[in-house]
Ligand binder design. Structure first.
Ligand code: AP5
Length: 213
């Protein structure tokens, strides 16, 4: 199974991808997580990507497509979280899969209004050590500011400041929303109401993925 998670920043794609990967044993491939790790380690990719990410812009297609070509496994199920994000990336993914005699199983669209996104992203905190994701109201850690899993300190992402969030939403509307039409034409897109709470959303997601359509 190869599934794409599509939707605005902060709609809950990463949260659901982690749950699904644990439940179904799929590989969770998040371009955002891979890029943040590259930035942290100051690799050549990280050095190129940082300025785009801090501004809430998309990293150039050529870098992202090369990254996916390197990371996409030959075998086994995958959740693509945050890729593709432009029509050029979607086309490149189709070509990549068809050269391996594979195709996308489903695209899940996380649908959410802007007020919910801003509320979720401004309250998001991530572990500076292991990357675990929390929310100060909806998914708080047991001890304020401390990761439940590894004891690392929780921080706010640079791109989760309100002005950058608004810009990321504009970028999403302009560059990523056209993918809804792209996948509707292929009849593989399924819409989720992402305003639901984490567990309800997960049950709905599982239902869609287990449905043989
Ligand atoms: P990326 O990391 O992919 O950011 P994003 O798409 O903007 O998504 P987020 O990680 O912000 O949100 P999410 O939907 O995963 O939500 P989450 O589950 O954390 O990309 C970052 C940057 O990298 C981009 O801006 C770009 O520069 C670059 N990049 C990445 N991929 C690229 C590509 N393909 N091409 C070009 N550039 C690329 O949830 C958010 C918060 O809400 C959390 O606090 C969580 O606890 C909480 N929450 C989650 N679900 C719920 C719920 N159901 N109810 C209440 N709270 C919830």
């Amino acid at each position: 199974m190869i599934v794409v998670f599509l939707g605005p920043p902060g709609a809950g794609k990463g949260t659901q991808a982690k749950l699904l990967s644990q439940r179904m044993g799929l590989l969770h491939l998040s371009t955002g997580d891979i890029l943040r790790e590259a930035v942290k380690n100051q690799t050549p990719l990280g050095l190129k990507a940082k300025e785009y990410m801090d501004r809430g812009e998309l990293v150039p297609d050529s870098l992202i497509v090369a990254l996916i070509e390197e990371c996409l496994p030959e075998e086994g199920g995958v959740i693509l979280d945050g890729f593709p994000r432009t029509v050029a990336q979607a086309q490149a993914l189709e070509d990549m899969l068809s050269s391996r005699n594979k195709k996308l199983s489903k695209v899940i669209l996380f649908d959410s209004p802007d007020e919910v996104i801003v509320d979720r992203l401004s309250g998001r905190r991530v572990c500076s050590n292991c990357g675990a994701v929390y929310h100060i109201k909806y998914n708080p850690p047991k001890r304020e500011g401390v990761c439940d899993l590894c004891g690392g300190s929780l921080v706010q992402r640079e791109d989760d400041k309100e002005d950058v969030i608004r810009h990321r939403l504009e970028v999403y509307r302009k560059q990523t929303e056209p993918l809804i039409d792209f996948y509707q034409k292929r009849n593989i897109i399924f819409r989720l109401d992402a305003t639901k709470d984490i567990q309800d959303l997960f049950s709905e997601l599982e239902g869609i993925l287990k449905d043989g359509r």
